[in-house]
Design a protein around this ligand. Structure first.
Ligand code: XMP
Length: 505
């Protein structure tokens, strides 16, 4: 039996990070929303430990309730922020609205010994984000840390295996966060045997025994769908056909490059030119969520059509990964964007089942599986490219002319960064819907503005703008306005995520 940690999701924005931290300890975990995962489901899931996440609501609000039997399961529980308050309230402690909210970096002072905080400095920087606070710890709990505004910043009852922190150990700003997760995983008695090597072998044998019949894989050339395709081809061999849809929203020359790579693979490869079909459906559409839904839906329709041509195809394989699932509204966290491979699925799909072999993996885990399967490093380490492609890098209506503009500008920016050896995790050009006045030669222009975006990130949940040297930015800008017709202004996006997102739509 694989050891698992349950992350019970109350809708906080950092919940994926909690899951990442647990996986980094080589322990498998899943995130489940509290409304759909009661005590019976928890028992069936059989976790070694449970983490209660942060959340936007107040534990004192009338429209919120949780089954308090969770705390009697005799499984180690770590409550984080809202999860800590929930634990306090459920076990007859007291939670009240704090006179001053704490947001951002703060210092905790440790108080006495603690199993959870063992190894954390006596004074340590943590990340806080809360309005309420615990003012009375439940009976049997010992207070193990405080801050200037928060007398109970951490508490525990080791006999009952219950631990709580008001701050967020999952974010990098909490300097000793990793130690806290390590301690909790040890308190759960985990052997830490979750590895990508075992994942690949187990997944291939599971797919081999469950997928009986022909499958069609949606191949985009990105790391996710390529790894999904490699896993599937190892599992079902020639029963797999990979369909690469050129929706016309790919980067410059990308369709040819993808075809060149996959033509050499030992699988059935079909390239479909569907660009006109996508452009027609996107005509006149400006709203980002609507564009995402249309592109997602159209993808499925193209696959259905291809499947019919191949005949007797029962399964559709997709490279959906865990952040896609979580960001598309798993819990009560606000839906920021619906990713096309999940949120855009139409109600009616003409396949027996959708197979998503990477659905529970984070990006770096997917890359590790890719390497395990011997995929080309160029594919494995490719920067992410969103499913809806340039459709969400063109603000407002998508037209053939705008696609050409953004493709050319993007190719220039990427070439300049790559030749200068700049290491950003994701970098691209996007086309705004802003036109402004410029002067070229002796004439007035009224053209579009391109936005250049380059970010540093480890998990794509948070990101900061890369500090690109000025000479590189200005060379890219000069080249873009000179070489790309229709552009007379180039802007660099300096915002972090949050409050922005990486893509512009
Ligand atoms: P955002 O814009 O949400 O992007 O900060 C985070 C990461 O996700 C990628 N992204 C997508 N990937 N389908 C995908 O497969 C999508 O619909 C999608 N939307 C955004 C984005 O490129 C970035 O790496």
């Amino acid at each position: 039996m694989m050891e698992k940690i349950l992350v019970l999701d109350f809708g906080g924005q950092y919940n994926q990070l909690i899951a990442r931290r647990v996986r980094e300890c080589n322990v498998y975990c899943e995130v489940h929303t509290y409304t759909k995962f009661g005590v019976d489901e928890i028992k069936k899931f059989d976790p070694r430990g449970i983490i209660l996440t942060g959340g936007p609501q107040s534990v004192n609000s009338d429209d919120f309730s949780v089954d308090e039997k969770i705390f009697a399961l005799d499984v180690p529980i770590l409550g984080i922020c809202f999860g800590a308050q929930l634990m306090a309230k459920a076990l007859s402690g007291r939670v009240e609205s704090a006179p001053t909210s704490e947001f951002g970096r703060t210092e905790i002072d440790r108080i006495g010994g603690s199993r959870l905080l063992d190894g954390v400095s006596a004074r340590s920087t943590v990340w806080m984000s809360h309005n309420d606070r615990i003012i009375d710890a439940p009976r049997g709990f010992k207070i193990t840390a405080s801050t200037a505004n928060c007398p109970i910043a951490a508490m525990e009852n080791p006999e009952r295996k219950l631990y709580a922190v008001q701050f967020h150990p999952e974010v990098v700003h909490t300097v000793d966060g990793k130690i806290i997760f390590d301690n909790f995983i040890n308190l759960c008695g985990c052997a830490r045997d979750w590895q990508m090597k075992s994942f690949a072998a187990e997944k291939i044998s599971e797919l081999r025994s469950t997928i009986k019949g022909r499958a069609l894989c949606a191949l985009s050339g990105g790391v996710d769908s390529s790894v999904a395709a490699a896993l599937m081809s190892k599992a079902i061999g020639k029963n797999l056909t990979c369909v690469f849809v050129d929706h016309g929203l790919l980067r410059k020359n990308e369709a040819d490059e993808v075809e060149a790579v996959f033509k050499n693979f030992d699988l059935n490869f079909i390239r479909v030119d569907a660009s006109k079909r996508f452009l027609d459906r996107l005509s006149g559409v400006t709203e980002p969520e609507r564009k995402r839904k249309i592109i997602g839906e159209e993808f499925i329709r193209v696959f259905e059509a291809e499947a019919k041509k191949i005949g007797a195809v029962e399964y559709l394989v997709q490279g959906t990964i865990y952040p896609d699932v979580i960001e598309s509204g798993l819990g009560k966290a606000a839906v920021i964007k619906s990713h096309h491979n999940v949120g855009g699925l139409p109600d009616h799909v003409d396949f027996k089942a959708i197979v998503e072999p990477l659905r529970m993996l984070f990006k770096d885990e997917v890359r590790a599986v890719g390497r395990e399967l011997g995929l080309d490093e160029k594919i494995v380490s490719r920067q992410p490219f969103p499913g809806p492609g340039l459709g969400i890098r063109i603000i407002g209506e998508v037209t053939a002319d705008k696609i050409k503009i953004v493709q050319d500008a993007d190719a220039i920016f990427r070439a300049e960064l790559e030749s200068a050896g700049v290491m950003s995790n994701q970098y691209f050009a996007a086309l705004t819907n802003m036109r402004s006045v410029g002067v070229m030669g002796d004439g007035r222009t009224y053209d579009y503005a391109i936005v250049l975006r380059a970010v540093e990130t480890t998990d794509f949940m948070t990101a900061t703008a890369s500090k690109i040297p000025w000479e590189i930015l200005s060379r890219a800008a000069d080249r873009i306005v000179n070489e790309v017709a229709g552009v007379n202004r180039v802007l660099y996006d300096c915002t972090s995520k949050p409050p922005s997102t990486i893509e512009l739509e």
